[in-house]
Design a protein around this ligand. Structure first.
Ligand code: FAD
Ligand code: DHB
Length: 415
């Protein structure tokens, strides 16, 4: 980073220090490409924001390649299966047996973010917190700029490319909205999530279908449980004292001969659910990645994994472009991401529709028929397993990437 006439000059300006922005910065640095990351929240807030926890094997492998998997390997918990519970019975889905030996790992998104921030700052690379009034300019030119306010001073980044990694509520996607088409679905569903200081009662995750509503048992460590229950999206957390949450969890996951251990609730919050995709994920010199471009309902545990997959592709494309002026990867970036995104959208929609209570008895009978099929047919269980652990390589729907790129049409990356 060099400062000239009040401006910061870099190759890639990265807006947002969530998993997408921070990992992109790390991958670019490994390839010798300079970037500046700006984030509108404080470091403490970003590091404590509890969200995802389930990593596909491909995500773990990428974090390894990025050199930030030391603690992940020490503290992450590898899983080979999950349970589906319905009609008073719990059924194991043997993910690894069904999906070519692949595994999933539980490691909090908060920890990934801490690892990436720690590495960035240890490397002495620019990461600015608490920026304000972020505005993008010159996206359709070869010299885009990001203006913002930092520590009371007006700043500007001059760059070659902007990476919009600023999540669903950020400013990057709105800046190019008129060039994009949006696809979305809202659900009459929310998840109330808690983090509790109690050993997990089940070694493997439990997805429970129940007439009172869906519940999910997951974990963060041998001492910390993470639990979710379906609620309405507009409910206020004040309406859910801890005793009510435990009562509801106990009712929804009860099983003969097994009990759910309770403990102090350390954190709780409610999140609404939606599906959302922006097509394409790029305009001019601005490339969107992660939640800035797409949202999935959390039932399939795909959001973070999609964000990581996007930036892996974007980093590779940028390395090619800066290294040899080959823009093939950048031109195909959006289509390549969208093939995987739409597969994950379908899987997340399917899991959400199968497991939540919508108050319609016909729908409930269909759900039970589908759940019975998944646990009794190897083919159906394999479909769930392959999608859940993350399909590998070209089977990600990537076989038609070239075709998809043609359908999206020519993408201009002004030089
Ligand atoms: P974000 O994490 O949203 O990061 C964007 C960053 O940009 C934020 O730090 C934000 O503060 C910053 N920002 C916003 N606006 C600006 C601006 N104007 N200027 C600068 N910075 C800005 N996914 C999974 O894969 N597995 C799971 O198990 C899972 N469980 C989940 C459970 C819950 C309850 C929730 C809510 C989500 C879950 N997800 C899960 C989804 C996952 O958390 C997200 O997909 C992931 O955070 C996306 O990362 P991101 O970097 O794209 O966006
Ligand atoms: C977790 C979150 C999810 O949305 C999911 O489907 C599985 C696990 C978690 O927070 O651990």
């Amino acid at each position: 980073m060099t400062a000239a006439a009040g401006a910061i000059r870099t190759q890639v300006a990265i807006v947002g220090a969530g998993p997408a922005g921070l990992l992109l910065a790390r991958l670019l640095d490994d390839a010798g490409i300079e970037s500046v990351v700006i984030e509108n929240r404080g470091r403490d807030y970003v590091e404590k924001r509890i969200r995802a926890g389930l990593l596909e094997q491909g995500t773990v492998e990428l974090l390894e390649r990025a050199g930030v998997a030391g603690r992940l390997h020490e503290e992450g918990i590898v899983h080979h299966g999950i349970h589906l519970q319905f009609d008073g019975e719990r059924h194991r889905v043997a993910l690894s047996d069904l999906a070519g030996g692949r595994t999933i790992t539980i490691y909090g998104q908060t920890e990934i973010v801490k690892d990436l921030i720690g590495r960035r700052l240890d490397d002495g690379l620019p990461l600015l917190f608490e920026v304000d009034e972020v505005a993008l300019e010159g996206i359709e030119t070869a010299t885009p700029r990001v203006r913002f306010l930092h520590a009371g001073a007006r700043r500007e980044i001059e760059c070659d490319v902007i990476a919009g990694c600023d999540g669903f509520h950020g400013v990057c996607r709105p800046a190019i909205a008129k060039h994009l088409q949006f696809f979305s679905r809202d659900y009459p569903l929310g998840w109330l999530g808690i983090l509790a200081a109690v050993a997990p009662s089940s070694d493997e995750l439990v997805y429970a279908h129940h007439e009172r509503g869906f519940a999910l048992l997951t974990l963060r460590s041998p001492e910390l449980s993470r639990l979710y229950i379906q609620c309405a999206p507009d409910e206020r957390i004040e309406e859910w004292p801890d005793a009510r949450i435990w009562e509801e969890l106990q009712a929804r996951v009860a099983l003969d001969g097994w009990s759910l251990a309770e403990g102090p609730v350390l954190e709780k919050g409610i999140t609404g659910m939606r599906s959302f995709v922006s097509e394409p994920m790029q305009h001019g010199r601005l490339f969107l990645a992660g939640d800035a471009a797409h949202i999935v309902p959390p039932t399939g545990a795909k959001g973070l994994n999609l964000a990581v997959a996007d930036v892996a592709l974007l980093a590779a494309a940028l390395v090619e472009w800066f290294g040899s002026a080959d823009d093939t990867g950048l031109r195909h970036y959006s289509a390549a991401c969208l093939a995987r995104v739409w597969r994950a959208e379908h899987f997340s929609y399917w899991m959400t529709s199968m497991l939540h209570t919508f108050g319609d008895p016909f729908e409930q009978r269909l759900q039970l028929a589908q759940l019975r099929y998944v646990v009794s047919s190897e083919a159906a269980a394999r479909t769930l397993a392959e999608n859940y652990v993350g399909l590998a390589g070209s089977r990600l729907g990537g076989a038609d990437i070239d075709g998809a790129a043609r359908r999206v049409g020519p993408i201009s990356v002004p030089r």
